[in-house]
Ligand binder design. Sequence first.
Ligand code: HEM
Ligand code: FES
Length: 439
Amino acid sequence: MPKIRYMDSRTIDAVEGQTILEAAIAAKMPHMSECGGNARCTTCRVQIVDGLSTVGLRTPAEEAVGARKGWGDDTRLACQTKVLGDVAIRPLVQHRSDVFTFNLEESDQPAGKEQHLAVMFCDLRNFTGISEGMLPHDIMYIVNSYATECSEAILQNDGFIDKYMGDGIMAVFGLSDNQPGRICRNAVRAGLNIQDTAARLTKRLGDDFQLDFQIGVGIHYGPCVVGLVGHPSHRSFSLLGDTVNAAARIEAMTKNFEANLLISSAVFDQAPNAFVVEPSQDVPLRGKDELIKLYPVTGLAEDNTLLLVQQSLADILPHRREVGLHFYQLLFERYPDYRPLFPDDLDAQSVTLMNMIEATVVNAARPGDSLSGLRELGRRHAHYGVVKNESFDHVGECIIQALADLLGPRLTPELKEAWEVVYGTVANAVSDGMELAKP
Ligand code: HEM
Ligand code: FES
């Protein structure tokens, strides 16, 4: 039986002729695969460190991607590469936030490209004053907690973190999207999620450090120049232009407005019915003659499902293993017939299930077919034994119960309904995939 050695991790078994991704799924080895194995997302790409002669040739789909990106022979798509003997690999994309940087580095784009984007600046309000007299270690701890949580909110909404500057964060939305409405909704949803983060940080750290976290967020939309700058040996992604400067100034205006989330009319106009705003004001931006219209935002006027679910992920994901295991415990107590379908060791299975749910929430904000990975999961379920239509209701009931047991009163009726909607979307896509796989 061929073996696949994941560098810096464990070795898994493969069946000869299986793809690397199929073997990873069977072994519950986490491996990025956002399009579900269709040679479209390239997140499954690996470097073949050893054993190039014991893997199959490129499929036509992989051939096309490899030629477009200028890949060497050792860069392969795990979902297309068949294993014929022992092989050692290094996954190249560890996190979804790496994908954009990889794609930019591989593209033969000219030095600069103009693109319409939403640019966000965040800042921990009054932190310079508050941090005076604090121990350096405490300052780093607070800034790190804040930066980690805000970054999650940005990444969950298809944002890209351009840089951290002390307690400031600069992010951009729309790098792989061309729908202004979706780009601006994503940026504002991230901004609202960041406000929730401020409340969570106050709850978690407020007493220890006597801090009331306030995070100022400013968002602007417009043309930016995107490209790689610097010495060829040390090039980094860069975003330039008036839109960037204006976004920074809008964030600085949050103090004058006594509002924590401010957007420009350029953002508002891309989705005028999407946001709950307070009356706008026309203000001059520092260093500019003309006036700009700014709106304080307090919520989303339309569907809140994604925002609610994203906010609750911060409470759920740190406990992903426990929630997953508790779900299986509930499922087997209530429906003992399912027990024999699953392996004895449910640890990895629990984490895989929760990762899949997290990926679904994140993909919902992104362009493209966010459900293809789930349909592929459904195809695999066609071979997992007797999975019937009503099984999806049983699984859904136990997932919601596991969340209720973890979150207690934090699972409000509104949040419960939001999770039911998300589960319904997942279950429909998985069951569609199962139907497609039926002979
Ligand atoms: C929408 C809901 C579901 C999701 C998101 C889901 C997710 C998963 C995931 C991520 C895996 C790991 C293996 C893989 O990626 O192929 C898996 C395996 C499996 N699932 Fe599901 N599943 C769902 C519904 C169901 C239902 C309704 C049943 C029937 C009771 C079921 C039974 C199984 C079985 C038997 C396995 C294989 C275990 C093994 O042999 O390792 N799943 N599922
Ligand atoms: S390209 Fe392989 S999983 Fe998307």
